[in-house]
Design a binder for this molecule. Sequence first.
Ligand SMILES: [Zn+2]
Length: 297
Amino acid sequence: MKNLRCAICSEKTRTRLLYRANFDFEKLNEKTFSARRIPDNIHYQLNKCQNCGLIFSSPILAEKKIIRFYQKSKFTYEKEAVYLAQTYLSYLKTFRSNLSPKTKILDIGCGNGFFLSEIYKLGIKNVFGIEPSKEAVSKAAPYLKKNIKIDVLHKNIFPKSHFDIITSFQTLDHVVNPNEFVKIVYRMLKAEGIALFVVHDTNGLSVKLFGEKSPIFDIEHIYLFNKKTLAGIFRKNGFKKIKIFNVNNKYPLIYWLKMTPLPPILKNPLMTILVNLKLAKIPLSLAAGNIGIAAYK
Ligand SMILES: [Zn+2]
């Protein structure tokens, strides 16, 4: 087990216990680490920095163990990924309007390349990805696969000042050392380059409604941010011009239901009803408690 501290403040800041760990360490396996599985509400001990409000898991498993789980994890959100890619692309276009065929883009935690393939369709062929799950990368389109590194982000994975745009969606909350992560992103960006990240919001609706039962309090999440702490971690690691925004996610009704922390005895029949009434696929756009950051080098 490894103890963590607030990633933003000095080591001396006081933390408050938010929720106790609610699982048995012996029972962990790679299924626990598959993104977007039906939430089972297990989490480490959650702590809150009294100074800046950053929420973080501690103690946690050794980082090597966590990475090994991600390497073996399954890619299970193919259907939802189509919707995600459209949402993320609309934000990218908002903050970076001058996309050209020469633009060089990296997506960290790219899964099967669902976002990169949307970019590729725009005629931008310089698209690269980093993803630890072999299985996820095996599902990538053949034209993307050669540009995706099956790995986690580390210092020398790409050269300095290499990319115009670096995106990372729902990944920073999974990272054991977010300072190092953001620092490496800063280093890999060209001057005037932009980083576009999306993470869960600890001040979001799901936390207000469900408290400890919110799906964001999950064993996969190490550091959890709100608007202030998200800006804080980027500022601490070199970024000066920062814009924070609310993310509206557009998903089919069935997916919203799937992610709601209801007991299976209620959820499963409701899911069947949606399918039978042919309502399952109706898209619904909601601010589900995600926030984004556009940070310029
Ligand atoms: Zn703090």
